[in-house]
Design a protein. Structure first.
Length: 389
């Protein structure tokens, strides 16, 4: 029988991490506003993994195949049945098994056909703000960058998070180096002695927990290294490759209480398939399929949320190079948390354009945050149909 567990109660956010990692040795107090905000947070808010398909993945070879369209629209790939009752691209055999546990939007209007992601996430700064809300005591905002021919990350600056890159020599992802003040450990010991005389109030206790997390990271504690060690044990499930290892590591970060873990899957040339679409799908889709399916399974087991999407779509009509060019119609998949399982939202016409229930790009994150349990002062533009209740 499967057992299900939730991430540890959250105790820190990214802004606090940045503050305490700088001020820990001095014993300076954290902003009282942050203390009050954290003290009032709910423990049922779930961490989020964003599985970003960099380069603009075609929805027509994934969750929105054009099965009844003329051949120049259908493309070269066949389709299979998924457990949520729809046809999907032939490469997604593992996702087909777990589709019943997901909510799928097939009518996403990216309102964009350039390789930028700000319209979806608001940029790195906005992602970091979201990480603050979702952190459960782990590293607030890991950014796992797959080895790629491109380095612009569609406008998402990975340095705004906790950037993790592929170590080609070791054939795995390794922790980023952290420079340590040699006197930090002694200062922390002194500070603990001094604080043994302080108040037992909740804000003081919260400040201590936040600072201990920062010190744990700086001193090489398990908060930093344990996810990397534990991910090694999951490669058989996720796949012993760059994509599978990235997903396994993201799951371990979420289980350890990370806020927003970002997987940027633009492996090699990524999903920007202007030419030779079928050959490149044969290369990129199978490891992505396996990794995504395991993330969805682990989202149910361990109580986190998964969002899979891409910056825009591809043209419905195939081009002369046997590929697809840039187009606005994309997709979104949500799993875990408050996402309604088995829900399929929207449809396309035979020309690959949105036919029913269009969803705008700026609805992606509000809907996802709602599924995570976040109660934020955001516009009322969630896609209620794919949320529970």
């Amino acid at each position: 029988m499967e057992t299900f567990s939730s991430p540890p109660a959250r105790t820190v956010n990214r802004r606090t991490f940045l503050k305490v990692s700088t001020l820990a040795g001095l014993g300076l107090a954290i902003d009282p506003t942050i203390q009050r905000s954290l003290a009032a947070t709910r423990e049922d808010i779930k961490p989020l993994i964003i599985f970003m398909q960099g380069g603009a993945q075609s929805p027509y070879e994934f969750v929105s195949p054009l099965t009844d369209s003329p051949s120049e629209f259908c493309g070269p790939c066949s389709t299979i049945n998924a457990t949520n009752g729809i046809r999907i691209g032939e490469h997604w055999k593992e996702f087909a098994k777990v589709a019943k546990d997901t909510a799928v939007i097939r009518s996403l209007d990216a309102q964009n056909n350039e390789h930028k992601s700000k319209h979806l996430f608001g940029g790195s700064n906005e992602l970091c703000k979201q990480a603050e809300q979702l952190a459960h005591g782990g590293i607030p905002h890991p950014f796992i960058a797959l080895p790629s021919n491109f380095k612009d990350f569609t406008g998402l600056d990975p340095n705004a998070g906790f950037k993790i890159e592929w170590n080609d020599k070791e054939k795995r992802y390794t922790p980023p180096p952290i420079e340590l003040d040699p006197h930090l450990s002694k200062r922390m010991d002194l500070l603990r002695d001094l604080e043994s005389w302080t108040s037992e109030s909740k804000p003081v206790k919260l400040m201590e927990k936040n600072r201990e997390l920062a010190a744990s990271l700086l001193l090489g504690g398990d908060k930093l290294h344990a996810p990397f060690k534990n991910a090694e044990k999951q490669t058989e499930r996720y796949g012993d490759n760059e994509i599978g290892r990235a997903a396994a590591l993201a799951a371990e970060f979420a289980k350890s209480g990370a806020g927003v873990t970002f997987i940027y899957n633009e492996f090699q040339q990524g999903w920007d398939m202007h030419n030779d679409l079928q050959a490149r799908m044969n290369q990129l889709a199978p490891p992505t399929d396996r990794a995504l399916a395991e993330l969805i399974r682990d989202a149910r087991r361990h109580g986190f949320v998964v969002l899979c999407t891409t910056e825009h779509g591809r043209t419905p009509r195939m081009n002369s190079g046997a590929g697809r060019d840039h187009h606005n119609v994309g997709y979104m998949i949500g799993a875990g948390g408050g996402f309604a399982e088995g829900m399929v939202h929207g449809s396309l016409d035979k020309q690959g354009d949105i036919k029913t229930l269009p969803v705008k790009a700026d609805q992606v994150m509000p809907t996802t945050l709602k599924a995570c349990g976040v109660d934020l002062p955001i516009p009322n533009n969630t896609v209620k149909e794919i949320l529970k209740g």
